[in-house]
Design a protein around this ligand. Sequence first.
Ligand code: KIV
Length: 262
Amino acid sequence: MRLTVRDIQKKKGKEKIVSLTAYDFSMARLLDDSIDLLLVGDSVGMVCLGYDSTLPVTMREMLHHTKAVGRGVSRALLAADMPFGSCDTLSKAVRNAFRFLKEAGADAVKIEGGDGHTIQVVKGLRDAGIPVIGHLGLTPQRVVELGGYKVQGKTPQAAEKILTQARRLEEAGVFSVVLECIPAELGRKITAALKIPTIGIGAGPHCDGQILVLYDLLGLQDRIRPRFLRTYAFLGAEVKKAARKFRDDVRKGKYPSSRESF
Ligand code: KIV
């Protein structure tokens, strides 16, 4: 049985929530028993599909990857990102979010932002019975408006705005909120102010949980290397080494051997 929204919420103040992104079936199976919350992030666009930002990612692409991950998850709670443009009206947001739950096996959706429209969308999704995660701070779908992938909430006014948005999202009914690229002190303040758990990515150590992009953690991409990133394995180098070894073996006639042939 998968972890529920209540299971995730009960961890606040007791045990840190461990979260990673996932984009395919095999990785989801490998991650399922150590991770509490798996997110099919729209970062799929940058790390799997080769886009320069998350903006081009479509519902079709998100559903395709969420279905694959969903088939590999039996313990973690599975959330999917609402891609850019999927929530421009409330009815469209509800229709799209239902597709993640009904067709793709997700348990929840994540939506970026804390402006008035997003708050209304969150309320509408909650009225429709859809569990929602918020996302504040650096919201990559607004990267152009934010002037790049920069730390947010550095001035007292900007920090206050993010804190207010977090409170509004909580009131609107999100069960957790991702805080991306904000000063650690603001991460602490928001975490203390909310009853729901915060999950940080570049938001310091005080958040109730931490999330990283899987390809960053595994050293599989090097296009963007933010300061908060810790690389836990260097699979990119291993993949290159394996491919070179295979190439050499094939060229030298060493693969396949007789034992590997029928
Ligand atoms: O798309 C994504 O991977 C995300 C995480 C960075 C939180 O939103």
